[in-house]
Design a protein. Structure first.
Length: 306
């Protein structure tokens, strides 16, 4: 009888310890606010004021296929009149003056792809309240695009359509030591203003593929940065703080959250790569002098997934 009681006591104590351990682990788990990128070529194409935008005359564009992107700044704004920086600033990436003036330190930036988590923060660290808008400063983007170039094969000129990779820097100013486009690296050791880019591809020739690498700079002020709150909450010229509303539901923080909240940051890539046409055929031909004029994201929507 004593033996049976002893066995029962041991089992009971073990079970209680297991339950206590499980409760402890559960209570230690920290609910977080998680942000994920989504790149959407079907999302509406907007201008700087957040209004629908058509392609300008003598310009053409295409939907780039995104490889990855980096964010420099994240802020939650309660209302349409909340000044930039007066909301809940969640993230501010490293900056440096190594290049002379203040600039984003690209070497310390992390890049993320489609549907990847690019930032998270404990929900307990966010002030309680309701947030209607999200602001994200975008700094770097890497994507594939199509282009056309003339090449000589067998003594004849052919118009070859090919795919290349673009690395572009759309933050206000970026300090670069060097960076890789796809396979090739570009050395800078200096600052580059918003709109700087480099393009890499392979060009078939009679003697084999030849690596093609070219750099460029979009005109100042030409990078689109949609802000539907421009009238009530403007952003500085030359920055890339894109503003978007929470579409399906405003973000409500009560301070009692026990589960993660996932926010999908949906970015419009609808003809976001834009150039001035020399030959009006809708195909980018850099060798014919067709200048890139805009690489800005064409809108942002925030959606609560969970």
């Amino acid at each position: 009888m004593k033996t049976n009681f002893l066995i029962f006591l041991i089992i009971s104590v073990s079970a209680f310890s297991l339950i206590s351990c499980q409760k402890s682990k559960s209570s230690d788990r920290e609910a977080r606010l998680i942000f994920k990128f989504k790149f959407d070529s079907t999302q509406q194409r907007l201008n700087n004021l957040g209004q629908a935008a058509n392609m300008p005359t003598n310009h053409a564009g295409q939907h780039p296929v995104f490889n990855n992107m980096a964010a420099h700044y994240i802020e939650l704004a309660p209302s349409a009149t909340t000044p930039l920086g007066s909301g809940r600033v969640l993230y501010y990436a490293d900056e440096t003056t190594t290049g002379g003036t203040k600039a984003i330190d690209f070497e310390k930036e992390a890049v993320y792809g489609n549907n990847e988590e690019f930032f998270s923060i404990p929900l307990k660290d966010i002030a309680t309240g309701e947030y209607n808008y999200l602001r994200v400063s975008l700094a770097y983007q890497n994507y594939s695009i199509k282009f056309q170039i003339d090449t000589v094969i067998g003594g004849q000129i052919f118009k070859l359509e090919n795919t290349g990779t673009i690395a572009s820097f759309i933050g206000f100013n970026t300090y670069l030591k060097s960076f890789k486009v796809k396979d090739k690296s570009v050395t800078v050791n200096g600052n580059r203003l918003q709109g700087y880019w480099a393009f890499e591809s392979l060009i078939p020739t009679p003697v084999g593929n030849v690596s093609y690498l070219v750099e460029g700079q979009a005109p100042a002020g030409s990078t689109t940065v949609p802000n539907p709150l421009a009238a009530t909450s403007p952003i500085p010229a030359g920055s890339c703080v894109v503003t978007g509303a929470f579409k399906n539901s405003k973000l409500k923080i009560t301070g009692q959250e026990t589960e993660n909240i996932i926010i999908e940051v949906s970015l419009s890539t609808n003809n976001s790569f834009e150039w001035e046409e020399v030959i009006a055929d809708g195909k980018w031909q850099p060798a014919k002098g067709e200048k890139v004029v805009d690489m800005g994201i064409r809108g942002m929507e925030a959606r609560i997934l969970q």
